[in-house]
Design a protein around this ligand. Structure first.
Ligand code: MTE
Length: 317
């Protein structure tokens, strides 16, 4: 069982980001003294940087596994707008201008318009939630996000009765995003959720991680986190939110419809056509760590499986 109720969590178990980092540094020092090379991932752990965000831990929506190090979370990324190597986003995203930032809201909703990011975020108290992130490439991490429920924003935007889906669009600016100068993907990057998925309390809009403002490589200033789906559903640097009646096309499904579907629910029973989804490699676990079994809906089945009652998940992958 991955999700614990608040009553199960003692305050002493809640570890602030700085303390994680201190422990990691201590561990790294101890390992260096021991002359270990096999445990190099712990030695790479750095100190979280960036503006501190005031956010309370939401234990009811947090897993109890240890989060990955700051260096893992901010140094091993997928963000094709900045290159296709895992280290490219950290190397190339630093110059992206994330202030001022606006988000345009359109389609089937009452509150359409172009909003300053602060105005979209301000009414929502920020919380920290530790979620598992499972990439379709069969690796995983545990990330302490800071954000607010997407469903709260969706309700504020007042979708019409015709709205069935919500689409998210990433910034399209080849001058700032070097990856967009080549056709690796059909830019801009878009993703979408069914509206009931978007309203599920686990769907999060993240503005930070490790108690700090979101680093550019992780999708600053606003990114989606849908923990029961493969990581590619988590659009970064969101500039548009559109409510639609029809199921929108999404970037990866457009690029390769036999490999990537609309739903992208983590499912060990449905392999990617080129590799198994039964197990995953935990980033930072070390070269000799065994692969772990992948859980249906990434371990969130109890919370989200009912969203898909009656849907054939083999066809709707
Ligand atoms: N968003 C945009 N705009 N561009 C991307 O290439 N990659 C996705 C997703 N969001 C991607 C994106 C994929 S494949 C994954 S696994 C996650 O971001 C990775 O998020 P992380 O780098 O914060 O771990």
């Amino acid at each position: 069982m991955l999700i614990r109720r608040p009553a199960d969590i003692r305050p002493s178990e809640i570890t602030p980001a700085d303390v994680y980092a201190q422990r990691r540094r201590f561990l790294a020092g101890a390992l260096a003294l021991a002359g270990s090379t096999l445990l190099a991932p712990a030695a790479r752990a750095g100190t979280p940087t960036g503006t501190v965000l005031a956010a309370r831990r939401n234990a009811a929506y947090s897993v109890t596994e240890a989060p990955n190090s700051w260096d893992d979370v901010t140094g091993y990324n997928n963000y094709y707008e900045f290159g296709t190597d895992k280290s490219d986003p950290a190397a190339n995203a630093g110059h992206l201008r994330v202030t001022p930032w606006t988000v345009t809201v359109g389609g089937e909703c009452d509150l359409k318009g172009r909003f300053a990011l602060e105005d979209l975020i301000r009414p929502h108290p920020l919380e920290e939630r530790i979620y598992r992130l499972r990439c379709v490439e069969a690796w995983s991490m545990v990330v302490p996000w800071v954000g607010f429920p997407l469903g709260d924003l969706v309700r504020r935007l007042k979708p019409t009765s015709r709205a069935k889906f919500v689409q998210f669009t990433t910034l399209n600016d080849p001058a700032q995003m070097p990856g967009e100068r080549s056709r690796t993907l059909d830019w801009p990057y878009t993703e979408a959720l069914r509206i009931d998925e978007a309203a599920h309390p686990l769907a999060l809009l993240a503005v930070g991680l490790y108690g700090r403002v979101l680093p550019n490589q992780n999708g600053a200033p606003l990114r989606l986190v849908v923990p029961w789906k493969y990581g590619f559903k988590s659009s970064k640097a969101i500039v548009r939110i559109d409510f639609t009646e029809r199921m929108p096309e999404t970037t990866w499904a457009r690029a390769n419809p036999t490999e990537y579907g609309f739903y992208a629910n983590v499912n060990p029973a449905v392999d990617h056509p080129r590799w198994s989804q039964k197990t995953e490699r935990r980033i930072g676990a070390g070269v000799f760590a065994p692969r772990q079994g992948t859980l249906p809906f990434n371990g969130y089945a109890e919370q989200v499986a009912s969203l898909y009652t009656g849907l054939d998940l083999r066809k709707n992958f």
